[in-house]
Ligand binder design. Structure first.
Ligand code: B12
Ligand code: SF4
Length: 589
């Protein structure tokens, strides 16, 4: 006999894969589950034995859900009664899907693991299609497909990972009727739900419009996973491979952000994270100052109110760019003073904070080759010229590290048209980071042409076996450097040596091809880099001569000097015009 929900189920049921909904142990666990293959799940289970424990509201609905689900919920509440809608964890679907159910809507971030930085690691370890997150996403779709009421309802999928279903044409396999690309606030999304409720046929793929202004964006008034609250949409630097940059550049109103922060706290969240592509554009969108000169006062005011909201115990940064650290080091310092006390991240071997706290936003480095950078991200370093990209990275990282920011920096390996010279340039930059004693978690990923981007039709490397010795070396050098802090223990280096060589013998040799062997030996430390270089097996980066901050500022166009802050020092000489905020301060009595 069917286990029917007593009330016949909800008309609209919203859900997300368990691995994307959990609010346990911070960002890192979700990122690890997006990147590790399912056969390595035991590592996560041992480290976080309680990761599957989730919290419920009294009616069995989810206490927290990814921000995307919360906004679908808010969007639908404009048209339907709250009682008709529920957001629940996958295991609770049978409690809510019943004969009354007309739509099951799934929000996904990365359901099939085919995106950059996720696919690459699973493929190195042997299964490109089944990261842990992908396994749980498929499990969720399997549960929905097997529902005894499946014929009565439509399955609509949305979220930043929906394109993966379109691109792999897995509609039937996953039992998905329609994938929505774009935001739930859109009237076209509502129209789709209306059709589904009436039992009408849905198109397989719908692209809906992004709101063009602040007013069009809704905010959650319930708890979100990791306390995610949107801060901006779009970016403005126009990198060719980027998806979020295709959205309009909007910074969201402070009052609404704060309401969503308070709503999270009210519902039991102690952690907040503002979702953004670049936190530094907030407060400077469509003002008289170009967005790449950060609005120091506005940012400090916003973050100060967030971390001082009663109940907020932890705050985590999401994404940013590196040029603002060169433009305004004092902003970085002021933000550090404000944000370090609530940061849950500790780097005992790196941080100079008394409690060893650190900030670790995600920043795109992508390439050290100026030639490549010009092609794929010519405005990444504005206001500085892309010719100075290596200098901007090194100076920015210096400022960040001095203030206990140790960012995770992504690199793209195998860009279309990437030559050995380009890879050598990137290796030079990575060695220079090491030589100067700077630190960032360097996360190399293989170029993935993301749907809808300006590089959608281009192909780079598609399998780890195709990577050249230099590309492998770059990847393994990054990981070797990432493990530096863990190598201070007496057992660390030996464990890595034995572990990685053992892994190579066991599995990786055949999978990744012969180009992988020497870079792996370099990574493991079994042979020194000097020896490997002498044997002609690796390329050791050459020292880089780069510009310091004063030289970078001097290279700006004089019309931009007015936006620099003199309290940072290093001002270019010759006709300096004070920053508008300084002018206002001198003008006031
Ligand atoms: C916060 C965040 C995280 C957090 C938290 C994620 C979470 N579970 O809450 C962490 C750090 C854990 C994370 C991890 C990863 N992330 Co992330 N993340 C973000 C970020 C900054 C914000 C996401 C967010 O909540 N936005 C706000 C909500 C409201 O937006 P939204 O989810 O897109 O929802 C809107 C629409 O999509 C739509 N919608 C959503 N769901 C549905 C459902 C239906 C039915 C409908 C109709 C509409 C709809 O309506 C919503 C608005 O109204 C975005 C960048 C960005 N600005 O979006 C990257 C981003 C989504 N992440 C990305 C990536 C690559 C990852 C990782 C794979 C990275 C990695 N290798 O580890 C992992 C994957 C994690 C996983 N579990 O699979 C990429 C996505 C690329 C892709 N899928 O193609 C993005 C776009 C970053 C980027 N610059 O490229 N991420
Ligand atoms: S800086 Fe980052 S968010 Fe902005 S366009 Fe480039 S990749 Fe996209």
């Amino acid at each position: 006999m069917m286990n029917e929900p007593p009330d016949g189920g909800r008309m609209i049921v919203l859900t997300a894969p368990l691995t994307e909904a959990i609010d346990h142990a911070g960002y890192f666990i979700q990122m690890a589950m997006a990147s590790l293959p399912i056969w390595m799940e035991g590592i996560i289970n041992r480290k976080y034995p309680k990761w599957r424990d989730v919290e419920h509201n009294e009616d069995g609905s989810a206490r927290y859900m990814p921000a995307g689900v919360r906004l679908v919920e808010k969007s639908l509440q404009r048209e339907y009664r709250s009682d008709d809608i529920v957001a629940c964890f996958p295991d609770d679907l049978p409690k809510f899907i019943g004969p009354r159910t007309r739509v099951v809507a799934v929000s996904t971030h990365n359901p099939l693991g085919v995106t950059f930085a996720a696919g690459v690691y699973t493929s190195i370890f042997g299964s490109s299609k089944m990261p842990i997150n992908s396994h749980y996403s498929r499990q969720l779709f399997g549960q929905i497909k097997a529902s005894p009421y499946r014929e009565n309802f439509k399955v609509i999928v949305g979220g930043s990972g929906g394109w993966q279903i379109i691109q792999t044409d897995t509609y039937d396999e996953l039992s998905v009727d329609c994938v929505v690309e774009g935001r739930s606030e859109s009237v076209e999304t509502l129209e789709l739900f209306r059709k589904a409720i009436l039992g009408e046929e849905l198109p397989r793929r719908v692209e809906v419009k992004h709101p063009l202004d602040r007013e069009g964006i809704l905010f959650p008034d319930t708890r979100t996973t990791f306390g995610v609250v949107e801060m901006t949409t779009g970016c403005g630097r126009r990198c060719k491979f980027c998806v979020p940059d295709l959205n309009p550049q909007i910074d969201l109103p402070k009052e609404k952000i704060m309401e969503a922060v308070r709503a999270n706290v009210r519902n039991g969240n102690k952690q907040i994270s503002l979702a953004t592509e670049d936190m530094f554009i907030w407060g400077q969108v469509h003002t008289d100052t170009p967005f790449y000169f950060p609005n120091r006062e506005a940012l400090v005011d916003l973050y100060s109110d967030i971390v001082n909201t009663p109940g907020v115990e932890q705050h985590v940064l999401s994404h940013c760019t590196i040029a603002p650290a060169v433009v305004d080091p004092l902003l970085i310092k002021q933000l550090s003073d404000l944000l370090l006390p609530t940061s849950p991240i500790h780097f005992p071997y790196l941080s100079s904070h008394p409690e060893k706290k650190a900030l670790a936003p995600l920043i795109g480095l992508e390439t050290g080759s100026v030639r490549m950078a010009k092609q794929i991200m010519s405005s990444k370093g504005v206001p500085f010229s892309i010719e100075d990209w290596p200098s901007v990275v090194l100076e920015g990282l210096r400022v960040l590290n001095e203030n206990n920011w140790f960012p995770a920096m992504t690199l793209i390996v195998g860009n279309p048209g990437e030559t050995d010279d380009d890879v050598r340039d990137t290796i030079d930059l990575v060695y220079e980071i090491e030589r100067r004693g700077l630190f960032a978690f360097l996360i190399p990923s293989i170029f993935t042409p993301l749907h809808d981007t300006r590089m959608e039709k281009e192909t780079g490397v598609t399998q780890t076996k195709q990577l050249t010795p230099l590309q492998w070396q770059l990847m393994m050098k990054c990981w070797k450097m990432n493990l530096r802090p863990g190598q201070y223990s007496w057992w660390g280096p030996t464990a890595w040596r034995v572990g990685s060589v053992g892994m190579w013998l066991y599995k990786l040799r055949r999978l990744n091809g012969p180009n992988f062997t020497w870079p792996l030996l370099m990574f493991s430390g079994a042979l020194s880099e000097n020896t490997l270089q002498r044997m002609g097996k690796i390329y050791r980066g050459k020292p880089l001569k780069t510009k310091n901050r004063a030289e970078l500022l001097a290279s700006l166009k004089p019309k931009d000097w007015q936006y620099l802050r003199a309290d940072n020092g290093d001002m270019p000489t010759g006709g300096y015009v004070p920053h508008p905020a300084e002018q206002a301060m001198t003008a006031s009595p």
